[in-house]
Design a protein around this ligand. Structure first.
Ligand code: CO8
Length: 265
């Protein structure tokens, strides 16, 4: 297990083969996201991506209260506009984590997911929430606005009216409303959150690995391209998968009524 300052990482987590569990671990600061958290997460996600034995990841927060209560306000309060602009502050969250992690990962939201915390959860392929989860983009209360994708990903997830209202009022959305609004896949009792997320990740990890990456790429294409272009992406990826060893194995296993043995190629 690699050593990190602000997160913990467990491969084959809690006996689930192929599942990496990454836990934000600054509970006293409600897992606020400072530069060290970003650096640690970039390293952990790169290690997950590179490890051929690990096929799905879960990101959650330590402590009872928070997934992450936002970007670290104390760290940011001293920064000048020029620092934010010149460092292209917040850009690596997308360029280094979202773009480079081609394998699936799930956010298990166990409490507050506010500001950057909500934005980080929305970077995941999907969110499972505990009944204690609370989502929000309260940046307006600080005289600013979302900076890690909230105005874009929240709007795509829940639609303009609700996203606009959330950003303009800074109000929090509870788990039940988040499920109703399609922000989260499902809500589970707090004590069952991690077990549910790990079990879901284990199911994904049991699938043919290349097909899992391909399915993720296709669904993401729906957000980033027109329908026509997305359909081309889908067909091309399908055609590539049709040439894979796992396609041959998957179809043979179905015909022979047995489990497939995946090569990931
Ligand atoms: N950054 C740094 N520290 C934080 C953060 C945060 N985002 N959130 C909580 N903490 C710290 C608190 O300061 C406190 O530390 P201490 O004990 O040393 O005083 C500790 O965590 C516990 O917090 P509270 O005592 O406030 O706990 P409560 O249960 O009373 O309240 C809340 C919980 C409602 C979650 C409350 O902590 C809160 O409102 N937090 C801030 C939420 C927020 O505004 N998030 C958005 C942050 S901004 C962002 O993500 C995008 C970029 C914005 C740019 C800003 C430029 C200045």
């Amino acid at each position: 297990m690699a050593d990190y300052e602000t997160i913990t990482v467990e491969t084959d987590a809690q006996g689930n083969a192929g599942v990496t569990l990454i836990t934000l671990n600054r509970p006293k600061a409600l897992n606020a996201l400072n530069s060290q958290v970003l650096n640690d997460l970039i390293e952990a996600f790169a290690a997950y991506q590179a490890d051929e034995t690990q096929l799905c990841a879960v990101l959650t927060g330590s402590g009872e209260k928070a997934f992450a209560a936002g970007a670290d306000i104390k760290e940011m309060s001293e920064k000048a506009a020029a620092d934010f602009y010149l460092q292209d502050f917040f850009a690596p969250w997308t360029s280094e984590i979202v773009k480079k992690t081609r394998k699936p990962w799930i956010a298990a939201v166990n409490g507050f997911a506010l500001g950057g915390g909500c934005e980080l959860a929305m970077m995941a392929d999907f969110i499972i929430a505990s009944e204690n989860a609370k989502f929000g983009q309260p940046e307006i209360n600080l005289g600013v606005a979302p900076g890690m994708g909230g105005s874009q990903r929240l709007t795509k997830a829940i639609g303009k009216s609700k996203a606009m209202e959330m950003c303009l009022t800074g109000r929090m959305m509870g788990a039940e409303e988040a499920e109703r609004s399609n922000l989260v896949v499902r809500v589970v009792p707090h004590d069952e959150l991690l077990g549910d997320a790990l079990k879901t990740a284990a199911t994904i990890a049991s699938k043919p690995p290349m097909a899992a990456i391909a399915n993720k790429e296709m669904v993401n294409a729906a957000f980033e391209t027109s329908l026509d272009q997305g359909l081309i992406v889908e067909r091309r990826i399908f055609q590539i998968l049709a040439a894979s060893e796992d396609k041959k194995e998957g179809m043979a296993a179905f015909v022979e009524k047995r489990e497939g043995k995946w090569k990931g190629r």
